[in-house]
Design a protein around this ligand. Sequence first.
Ligand code: DAH
Length: 351
Amino acid sequence: MNQAILELREKLDQALRNMASTAGLENLKVEYLGKKGSVTALLKNMGKLSAEEKKSFGREVNELKDYVMEAISRQTAALQEQELQRELNAVEAFDMSVPPVLDRGSYHPITLVQRKCEEVFRSMGFTVEDYSEIVTDYECFEALNIPPFHPARDMQDTYYLDNGQLLKTHTSAAQNAIYKKYRDALINEGKPIKAVFPSRCFRNEATDACHENTFFQMEGVMVGEDISIANLIYFMKTMLSEVFDNYGLKVRLRPGFFPFVEPGFELDISCQICGGKGCPSCKHSGWLELCPCGMIHPNVLREGGIDPEKYSGFAFGLGLTRLAMMKYGIKDIRDLNSGSLAALAQFTDDK
Ligand code: DAH
């Protein structure tokens, strides 16, 4: 065997014997087989050799390469095994009784209040309805006593689609379909219509701490014979008391204008942060605006195929986003869409 090759082989054997880390082995590999490595350097002298010598030298260099590769990978495997053993020995006795920590994720605060409201209304005999987010002008406005060019349309800056439909600006847009769905049961079987319908809503509004172009509402309607404002107050009070776990919760109605109700109201609850004494959150009034509502306008009932002479009803449009912010003390609406799991995960209590 060529002398230089023999020497390299011995040098490698010795280096391997002293090698204690896998990182060192990587360096060794470069030292021998890298572009500027010692094996590569051997080839540089090939030019001086005769054709015959070249042949055997070339073969020996290739054998050396294989030898280096194999020796290093054998040593690497041995060292890895040793390192694993060392780690395993360092692990203390494993306690099988410790429960695993499973991160099951969490619900979004709006989902939590939505589910709570659905649960409360279901328990009071309401159905929970689903409805499209893309609706027609008729559903969103005309069926709700807001004809084209009515100034009330300015209250809601609307996203219109190219096909003439629009992104619903309020959950009231499903009212007409709900009346039509249940009016036969009302008229023929005397079953009152009791439904809630949560949904995302969209308005072209500048974003700030209290406004977003996308938000959640939950609409509710009850229609039957002799339904009055007393029923409206009762259901709203019960629902809000349960959502806020405050059974002495005070509510008050103030007049408010909405074309689809007559009379229309703003419903306020006593401030949950200061208990009604007055604080920055309630602008020192002790009250918080939460849920516009009213007695359904006769035109709206008529449009839904229900005779307003015989039947009456109430409707409300609960701001779910607002409700979540109040229940959980979230001061900036943008936090709800921030995607910050650390911020949003803290409200799920059944994790
Ligand atoms: N749809 C109204 C809005 O988003 C809220 C509303 C007011 C809904 C009064 C109602 C109601 O059902 O009776 O501005």
